[in-house]
Ligand binder design. Structure first.
Ligand SMILES: Cc1ncc(COP(=O)(O)O)c(C=O)c1O
Length: 429
């Protein structure tokens, strides 16, 4: 199907055929959901061994009684040593630079933004004292990052994503002209939603930004998909090494969690940063909590007693996820491979497939799919303030539904893309 070279008659004919097909589908009263990137039940099942793993032995290897407040070797705000070691393995950083927190990395990111906003990091001015503090937001990106900024009244500047990460020329230009830019959101490996992994050049240029930015500038390096490879392991160049080389280590805050490793929302989250940044974070957290859930941290440390066990565990996830990604990608390829109806990425890991419709069609596609019983992530959700300037991007999350349901949902999605595209073209002809 090539819309741009079709005549009006051809388009009208397609519209009629597709509408008839669509009406038929609507009568099936489907109820399918490919919205949020949640692990499927069989993925969660891989971690059921966490339950009961302590078997009455609540002492960590360093002697900490995890049932109580505090602990040896830190074990207070920093979390258990063995949990910090797990975080250090995931993020590939030294254990001393890791704080193991509660169940959610998003919460840690929220607290880190609050710390910068209210108190400032490492002796820098709090962002709230700046005239117009803003974050750079590579788009499409993760909606909940944008919600944090929106809630705190921090401005957001869109930066396009490329195949090697965010557009670094655009980023450097923005920072040079606006010292109000105090942060950037990054999902550097299997980016949400594009699946892109940042290149060496991108990582180095990001690490150099602090040399031209406001001294309070921080990179929020949300490595949520650090170990979520589908096939062979993809290597993400290290931001820590690059920042040390450029004498900008204070500009980086790294995050990860086991949410999509063990039980989602019931895992352990990590933040890694320089000593000065960790001190700022702990100062703020000190008033808020005595410490994280060490019992759950110990469960996770026992479950992944060695990093190789974690890697094997992630291979099991990959085996479950691979056919689902293959289903989405093969349906898209056979429907749109030779068309001008859309573009998409072929991710090698992570949780999403990012699809761009023709301009001005995404909202209509999501609405048509909803009316046919297939729930998609709202159009615009991958952009700050929910506004996709071109109304093109739709995030597909293949992980949660069973394969058969996903297959049906994708057929409906494809039909809706075709119908919305033809209707849009007829409208503007
Ligand atoms: C990029 C990214 N960061 C963070 C999260 C949430 O992680 P957590 O459950 O640790 O808060 C998600 C979940 O979808 C995500 O996609």
């Amino acid at each position: 199907m090539r819309i741009d070279s079709a005549t009006r008659d051809q388009l009208q004919e397609w519209e009629k055929e597709l509408s008839t097909h669509y009406q038929r589908i609507c009568q099936h009263e489907l109820s399918l959901d490919i919205t949020r990137g949640k692990p499927a039940a069989d993925q969660l099942h891989q971690s059921d061994g966490l339950d009961g793993i302590l078997n009455g032995d609540y002492r960590a290897a360093d002697g900490t009684d995890t049932r109580n407040y505090g602990g040896r070797n830190g074990g207070g705000l920093e979390g258990l040593l063995c949990a910090r070691e797990l975080g250090a393995d995931i993020l590939q950083v030294p254990t001393e630079e890791v704080l193991a927190g509660g169940n959610s990395s998003l919460t840690l990111m929220y607290h880190a933004v609050l710390t910068g906003y209210l108190f400032g990091f490492a002796g820098n001015k709090p962002w709230r004292e700046l005239q117009s503090p803003k974050f750079l937001c590579p788009v499409p990106g993760y909606d909940r990052h944008f919600s944090i900024c929106e809630q705190l009244g921090i401005g957001m500047v869109n930066v396009p994503m490329t195949e090697t990460g965010p557009d670094m020329d655009a980023i450097e230009e923005e920072i040079k002209k606006d010292q109000g830019i105090i942060g950037i959101w990054c999902v550097p490996k299997f980016s949400n939603p594009t699946g892109v992994t940042y290149s060496q050049e991108t990582v180095v240029r990001l690490a150099q930004l602090a040399q031209i930015a406001n001294p309070g500038f921080r990179i929020f390096w949300d490595n949520a998909y650090a170990i979520h490879d589908l096939e062979q392991q993809i290597n993400l160049p290290g931001i820590r090494a690059a920042s040390l080389e450029n004498d900008t280590a204070d500009s980086v805050l790294q995050f990860a969690s086991t949410s999509k490793v063990t039980h989602a929302g019931a895992g352990v989250a990590f933040v890694s940063a320089s000593t000065a940044n960790l001190a700022s974070l702990k100062k703020q957290m000190h008033a808020m909590t005595i410490g994280p859930d060490k019992v759950n941290q110990l469960r996770h440390s026992r479950f992944f007693a060695e990093f190789t066990l974690l890697k094997k565990h992630m291979q099991k996830h990959a085996q479950i996820l691979k056919p689902k990604f293959a289903c989405v990608l093969s349906q898209l390829e056979s429907a749109f491979g030779d068309s001008d109806l859309g573009e998409w990425e072929k991710p090698k890991g992570g949780y999403f497939v990012s699809f761009n419709t023709r301009p001005g069609c995404a909202t209509a596609v999501v609405q048509l799919a909803a009316d046919a019983g297939v729930k998609l992530t709202p159009a615009g959700a991958t952009f700050p303030y929910g506004k996709d300037p071109e109304d093109r991007n739709i995030r597909i999350a293949p992980s949660f539904p069973p394969l058969e349901e996903l297959d049906t949902a994708m057929s409906v999605f494809i039909l809706c893309v075709k119908l919305a595209s033809v209707r849009k073209k007829l409208e503007i002809l």
